[in-house]
Design a protein around this ligand. Sequence first.
Ligand code: SF4
Length: 289
Amino acid sequence: MRYEGMIIRPPSEADSYLLQITYGCSHNKCTFCGTYLGTKFRVRKLDEVLEDISMAQRFIPHTRRVFLCDGDAMLLPTDYLLKILKALTMIFPDLQRVGIYANASDILKKSDSELSELSRHKLTIAYLGLESGNDEILKKVKKGATAKDMIDAVRKAQDVGIKMSVIGLIGLGGRELSTQHAIDTAKVVNKMTPRYFSLLTLMIVPGTPLADDYKKGRLELPDPEEMVKEVRMVVENMDSPGTIFRANHASNYAPLAGTFNKDKERLLQEIDRYLNGKNEFRPEFLRGL
Ligand code: SF4
């Protein structure tokens, strides 16, 4: 129950016990991300993590969900993760699932049997920031992975029972690459067929290299209508049966939710109501990360 630095978690982990096992993100280079700016990546001492779990037992003994922070905790050695998972299972008898943020390389470096062992010990959901399916954009924003890496990682994890929640970032290609960004993101998601796919909308975070690009005119942001048109293009090009889709994060101009492919037509109609002015975009002052 002790934390250091900024703690973030996916919206769907709002009710989870947040257990910090690393500080920061080992990559920490994505040009749009300000979450761990100035935080040196460190692995937390195992003893300290185990102590935290014992403390949590006293306050929240009926914990059912745990989320392992920070940025890409999946990069930790499998043995270390298994020790934590075993402690969580022992301390919390009601534990149902453990979640984690993962970069593509974290997953690809682990063998199938390692991933399978983690899944067996309740690490059954991982969140991966795809951001874009377009390699030119991924390179520009220094994501550190190609679209193919991310497809392979998602498939590999899902094959052993780890549900993947994949996140795309509307607006990341700027005005210039908007169409390609939308179409390639949909194509990549179609190849992954993730359990969950969410869209967030880009917000410029002060102090990031992207904020500098924006200030110096190297990045032209789509306006709210163009952002929603980009969402429409993603939805229109998606064919990912069973994927639960969410675009209701506070950063989005048009909140949406549904399941592919059955809700695709309804989602397109809802988007069109925003584009035709029948529904109002979320006002700028209500947007947030
Ligand atoms: S991998 Fe995630 S946490 Fe790390 S810098 Fe990129 S977006 Fe931020």
